[in-house]
Design a protein around this ligand. Sequence first.
Ligand SMILES: [Zn+2]
Length: 418
Amino acid sequence: MTFRNLVYLVASASFAGFAVAQAPKTAQQFLAEPTVQAAMAAIVANEPHFLDEEARLTEIPAPPFHETVRGLELRRLFTAAGLKNVRIDETGNVLGDRPGTAPHPHLVIAAHLDTVFPEGTDVHVKRNGTVMTAPGIGDDGRGLASMLALIAAVQQAKIVTTGSLTFVANVGEEGLGDSRGAKALFEKTLKGQIDEFISIDGTRSSSVVSTGVGSYRYRVTFTGPGGHSYGAFGIGNPIHAMGRAIDHISQMEVPEKPKTTYNVGVVGGGTSVNSVPFESWFEFDERSADVASLDAVDAKFKAAVKAGVEEENAFRKDKGKITVKIVSLGIRPAGQTPVDAPIIQAAKASVEALQLGKFETSASSTDSNVPMHLGIPSMTMGGGGSGKGAHALDESFDSTDSYKGVQNLLLTTLILLQ
Ligand SMILES: [Zn+2]
C-alpha cells in the first residue's frame, strides 16, 4: 500500500458517517480547474524563455565531478523562483522545497547537472529553427530547463498541493559519477523522507522508465616489466595481453531477454612505438535489468580477462610475466517500479489526458535506479521535445511542442500530490 492510499483510507474512515470522503481527482478534473489552466497557459507562454535557459545552462560546462558552477547557477535560479530552504548538500546536490499543506506525500523531482563530456569540450549551442545542437543539450539540459519551467508554472499560478515537493539538481548521474548524487540523496540528505521520486532525464514525454537497468563498471589494468621493443623482445606485453582479453570479451554470449549487454569503452596504455609497454588498461561496463544475468556476464568477463593474461604469459614462456588488476568503477543497482504502481499510473493518466501518444514504459539506467532498488516508487520521465545523439558531440534537441513535456510533468505531479 502506498502512503497516499493509506492517507486516503484513514481520511475515509475518520469521516465515515459524516461525509463522503473525496475520491482522488482524475487528470481530467485537474485540467478543468482554473488554477491548473492558468499554470498550463503559463507553461506555453514561458517556453521560449526556458528554451533560452536550456541553451544557457548547457553552455555552463558540467563534466563529471565538476558540476559546481552549474550547481551554483541552479541555486540562484531556485532562490529567484521562490523555493524555500534552498541549499547545497555535501555531495553537491542543489535542493529547494515547495511545501504543500501537508509534509506528505513528499515527492522529489530531480534533473542531473552533469554531462558525460570532459573538461574543455566545446559546449557552445548552435540554433537552427527549432533545433539546438550542443553536447548535453538534451541530456540533461532539457531536464534542468523543464524542471525550472515546472517550478515557474506552479509558482505563477499559485498552485496549492497537499503533499510537498523538493526539487533537486543533482550531481553524478553519468558514467563514473556512479549515481553519487542520487545515492547521497537517498542514503543521507533526505534519507527516509522521500515517498516518491521522479527523475527528469532526456526528452520523450509519452514513455517513462520503470525498470532500472543495473550495471557494473571496471577499469582493468595489465602490468609487465616493459622494455625496448627490439632489445627486450619476447617479454610479456600488457597491450597484447589486453588484446587477447578483449578478443575473448568480444565473443561472450549474453541473453537477449532480459537484455544484457557489455562494452569495452575506453582503452589506454603504452609508452612509445619502440617500447614494450609496462602498462595497458581498459574500461568496461556490463548491464542488465536482471541481477542474475548481470552476475552471469560478470563471471564471463572475469574469465575472459584471466584467459587473456594466461595466454600471453604462456606464449611468452612466462618471460616478463603480465599481471592484471580489476578495479570497480561503480555499481549501479538494478530495480523496478511495478507498472501498476500509482506513480506509473499517474504518468499514464497524464499522458493520456494530454494526448501525448501511446503511453509506454521502458528500461534504462538512470538516477531512479537508486530508489527503485530501495523499493521507493520512482520513475524517469522526459522533459519534452525530442532528442538525438545523447552522449555524442553532435547531440541535438528539437523543441517542437516541448511545452507539452512540462505540462505532463505538472499534471503527473498534481495527481501524485493530492
Ligand atoms: Zn541523463
